[in-house]
Ligand binder design. Structure first.
Ligand code: SF4
Length: 496
């Protein structure tokens, strides 16, 4: 059992994601913890099996310490490094209050550099704009710091072996770009200070409602706290940073709602760092709306929606661990006749590239055959994935055809182009689940989510159970119908 006073890589990873989580892990009431989400469980299992697969393919000889634990593991790691082992897998190192379990320690010159095997991409963003992942970076920096303290570090250039079979070097002291001059090493140092303050109970962290909460094992407990305190992060898109900036003046949504907000506006600025006048007014209006028990959604800007005899409501399902788009679903409505609408799905029958291409081709042909039509989807995900699929399978369609398909004249991203730009809702977020449920729609599944669908798909691949496949299809169909429900709801909205 690891002493709570050690700072581990996992703890730093969590702090970057949500500083409240390590606080809860250390000091929260264990009986308040939710069950581990099945999708999170799946991610762990996939991470472990990916690591084993990568290691079994390493050509060079290495010292395998993965079967050892605790002090014995650490002692054997030190022995292996003293003996100059070229590569050590599954070791443990510590120095002062730092403890690390790097997947890899590689001899470079006369000392070591640490690495992790990750079942995700080694960086994020695209090509020239690729950025190192903060949560990977702080872990690698911790290992490097330990090696330095032991006089065993060869450089501040640790690495990740990623899902694409690439080695991504983490230059810990390199600025992350002109607009992001921070370095991973600086981030690590700050995160380390935060970790020490949390352990010493000198820093009082607060929950903040955000995208990662629904998969977290403290979700129920945190939501209870947030609801009770009428926390500002329960306003859509406000988030921890803005909440903390606003906190000297407002600790509750109701305080913000009842304030004279113009008192805080100073020309083109406000009293709150990083929050401009328009943003402050937007959240003030949101606070008023959610605080009003009879508050109704409304338009904030004119909404012009094209009309067409054929409307397609489009939603895809993607397994990021397999890098596979396994389902393209459409609800087709003609002449606005909801009673006659129908669901059409293109599902991959296995995880091969040939099947992924087949499903993409059939989905593409389906849309082409329905031209002219309007395609509705929710968030940029569908466009991003179809661009990637076009790049992967260029014989299906051209770059120009994809761009033409997603031209705003014939495709509407209801989230970015309509909900975000031109509406307000008395809800705590703007997810399709929340908004469609607000409008009275109910998913047939008791646990509907994209993450759950990925977990079902994994089980279907293992079992070929037709009931699981049907569950995936029903969920996707309901997502498509929810998009239609939302469109119809938006058409009914009153003006601001
Ligand atoms: S539920 Fe959200 S706020 Fe609470 S610990 Fe988890 S991620 Fe943090």
């Amino acid at each position: 059992m690891v002493s709570k006073s050690f700072i581990t890589a996992a703890m730093l990873y969590d702090i970057v994601r949500c500083p409240h989580r390590p606080s809860m892990d250390l000091f929260g009431n264990p009986t308040d913890r939710d069950e581990i989400n099945p999708f999170v469980q799946l991610l762990w299992e996939k991470g472990t099996s990916f690591e084993k697969e990568v290691i079994s393919g390493v050509g060079e000889t290495f010292v395998d310490l993965s079967r050892f634990a605790g002090d014995e593991k650490e002692q054997k790691t030190m022995e292996a490094m003293e003996n100059g082992a070229p590569l050590i897998y599954g070791g443990r190192i510590s120095a002062d209050d730092l403890l690390g379990d790097p997947d890899l320690l590689r001899l470079e010159g006369s000392a070591y550099v640490a690495g992790d095997i990750k079942s995700g991409s080694g960086d994020e963003g695209f090509e020239d704009n690729a950025k190192l992942k903060k949560h990977y970076g702080v872990q690698l920096a911790l290992y490097t710091d330990i090696l330095e303290r032991k006089g065993l570090s060869s450089s501040r250039q640790p690495f990740v072996w990623d899902i694409h079979g690439e080695e991504v070097t983490y230059g810990l002291e390199e600025p992350q770009g002109k607009r992001a001059p921070w370095t991973v090493w600086e981030l690590y140092k700050n995160t380390l200070l935060e970790a020490r303050a949390i352990i010493a109970k000198e820093a009082r962290t607060k929950p903040a409602y955000g995208g990662g909460c629904k998969l977290c094992h403290w979700y129920t407990a945190c939501l209870r706290t947030l609801d009770r305190s009428n926390d500002l992060t329960l306003l859509p898109e406000l988030g921890r940073t803005k909440r903390d900036a606003l906190s000297p003046a407002f600790s509750k949504i109701i305080d913000l709602a009842s304030s004279n907000i113009e008192e805080f506006v100073k020309g083109r600025k406000t009293d709150f760092p990083g929050i401009g006048p328009d943003t402050l007014r937007k959240f003030h209006n949101r606070a008023k709306l959610v605080s009003d028990t009879s508050g109704k959604p409304y338009q904030t800007n004119p909404i012009v929606l094209p009309s067409s005899e054929i409307e397609l409501f489009f939603d895809i399902e993607v397994d990021p661990m397999r890098d596979l788009c396994y389902l393209h679903g459409f609800v087709e409505r003609r002449n606005g006749d909801t009673a006659q609408e129908r669901y059409i799905a293109f599902f991959t029958d296995d995880t091969s590239a040939a099947e992924e291409e087949r499903a993409f081709r059939e989905a593409w042909n389906f849309i082409k055959e329905r031209q002219p039509c309007i395609v509705y989807y929710y968030s940029k995900y569908e466009r991003t994935i179809w661009r990637q699929l076009q790049n992967k399978y260029p014989s299906v369609c051209s770059v120009e055809e994809i761009e033409e398909l997603f031209d705003p004249a014939s495709s509407i991203d209801l989230y970015f182009d309509v909900v975000k730009k031109a509406t307000e809702w008395p809800t705590r977020d703007h997810s399709i689940k929340t908004l469609a449920k607000y409008l009275g729609f109910n998913w047939r599944d008791t646990n509907p989510s994209g993450a759950a669908s990925i977990e079902w798909f994994d089980r279907w691949i293992e079992s070929s159970d037709p009931e699981i496949k049907q569950r995936i299809l029903d969920y996707n169909e309901d997502d498509c119908i929810a998009t239609r429900v939302l469109l119809d709801g938006i058409r009914q909205l009153g003006e601001f």
